[in-house]
Each structure stands twice: as structure tokens, then as C-alpha cells.
Design a protein. Sequence first.
Length: 365
Amino acid sequence: MSNHKYAVSPADGPVVVTGASGYIGAWIVRDCVEQGYAVRACVRDASNPAKIDHLLKLNSAGLRGSVVLYEADLFRPGSYDEAFAGAAAVIHSGATVGFNRETPQEVYDGCFKENAHVIESVRRSGSVKRFVFTSSFAAVGHPRDPGYVFTEKDWCGDNVEAYKGRWSEEQIPLDRDIAYAMAKANTEKLVYAEAEADGGFEALAILPLHVIGPLMSSNHDQSWSWQNHIKRMMQGKPYKGGRDGRMLWNCVDVRDVARAHRLCIETTVGSNGSRYILAASDRNGELFTWQLQALLSSMFPFVWQVGGEEMHNEKPVKATYDAPRAYCLLARQELGIETADIETTVRDMVDSYYQLGLIDPQEAG
């Protein structure tokens, strides 16, 4: 048993992971199983092999823990009651809004509904001591001068004058980015307040930036994902995100993000309201698109052309706004996490694409 009132260990009981079939969620499940936890993996459809096979395979991988599947729906009240009953901790990485074609208002409202249903089930469990949820750097970032380094003390509503009137509740139905950021920040603050009022559990948050790294399933190759954008670059296709492909990639390994979630349920340093940015460890993990292109070209010289942003004489045609700068310093300090270097992350990610047959070697040669 842990010495800290809210800290959790495998001896304290099962750990629940919501969104377990997803990219980050699946790696959280694997990390917890590796550390000996009995994991209750919540998925929306336990009959879909594409969504669950990579989870069930963990039970025959010779790892210390185990996985049991539970079906649950974020929009159905009480859906998580069975999975949460008797659990020691909940890692909430599930989300359905923000990735589809919802209106800005639906994004905002849906975020609150999802989290409200999960928190209600946490309260009813009477056993959950730690609630860790995947927030977003969107809850942190806000307009600042180029090169500004964000920390966990920053919130997206800071420096409101720089939004030039965009940061207001009236903008929620009109601006998807504002709706998403405001929803993430307000939900995060609400969850901390709910945990404080309840007194039976603590809530902590992970705030990831550009999450990349190996895929456990072909289902993790979603068109909107950062890893998919790099796959397209490996296929010689231009990256059209950001401003015509011009952006600063602040990269963190998905396995480090998963490990940080698990360390949050175990920490005796963090407490209710603790939030941790998961981003590059140092400047080596912060790459403009053209620098990422160059890295991919140097690491995979057999690829005849790497796509990305428009270049001229090996330099980008246009300059890129120097943001967002942020580092996972607090996570390293308080959670004790050691992060992977960018070359390892990129190599393992691209290798997984080849292994899953999602990149045709003939396309690259």
C-alpha cells in the first residue's frame, strides 16, 4: 500500500483507463500492465477487433499485469459505474468531441458533458483515490511574443488583450479554436474544484503538445493526427497544416505521455490541481517543419523525397512564428520521468508504420 493518502500502487486495486483503444490510451494501458496493474480498459465497442485486439494481446505478452475490457459511452450517464466500482484510480484519456465535425458550440458543451458523466461515476465508486485526465496544451497556450516559454502556470485565457476581442463566451459558437481551448481550460478547473469539494479523490492533468511515436494498431493512423502528418511527409506529400505547413513541432513521445499518466496516480509529490506539460525535453525536440523534413531525410536516406513545407536552396520560403515553446521540466522534476530523444521517437514511429503495412516501402524508394 502507498504511504501517501491518495497515491496508488498495484496493491491498491484495479486502474481504469478510458479511451483505452486510442493512440494515447492504448499506450497508457500497456505501461500500466507492464508495471503490474490490473487494468480495466474502457472502450465504446468491445466487438470491433480493430479497436481491441492490440489490447487483448497484452494478456499473452508475458507482462506483470492484466487487461479486462469494459464497454462504456462517455455521453451515457452511469456508463462507467461498473468499471469504476472498486477501482483505485481512473486515467481518463477518452474524448469524442474535437476530432469530428461538431460545431464550435457542440465542442464546448460536449467536453463538459463527457467529463461530468465520468466524474459522477468516480464519486459513486467510493473507491477511486486518483483521477488523472488528458487535457491539452490548448488549455495553456495563448498569444505571446515569439520565443515565449510556456509553463504550467499559464492558462489559455491569459493576456486576454492579445486575443483582440476573440476571448469571450460570445465567440464560442463562432470560433472552434476558442471553443476548444476554453472548454479544456474550464473543464480542467471544474474537475479540480469537484475533487476538492468531494475530498475523497485528487485530480491531476496531463497537457500534451505534439504527441508522436510508434503505433500499436493501424487504427491509430487517424488523418488528423500528428503521426499521420509525418507519415504523409515520408510519402513525399506536402504538409498543409498550420500556415501552409509552417509550424513549430514541439514533440513528445507517446510512451512518455503514457508513463506520465501512470506516474500521476503514483506520485507523492503532485496533488489535486497539479498539471504537467508533456512536450520536448529541450530544444532538440522543437523542430520547425523544414527541420523535421531534414531530420527525416537524414534518418531515412532511402526515401527519395520527404514532403513538408515549401523550400528554396535548402531554406524555407517563408519564416515561421516561433511558438509554442514549452518543456516538460516540471514532469521530470516531480514525476521523475526521463523522456526519449527525438531520433528514437521518430525512428520507432516510422518503423511501426512499415511494420503495420501503412507505408509501402516502394513509395519511399
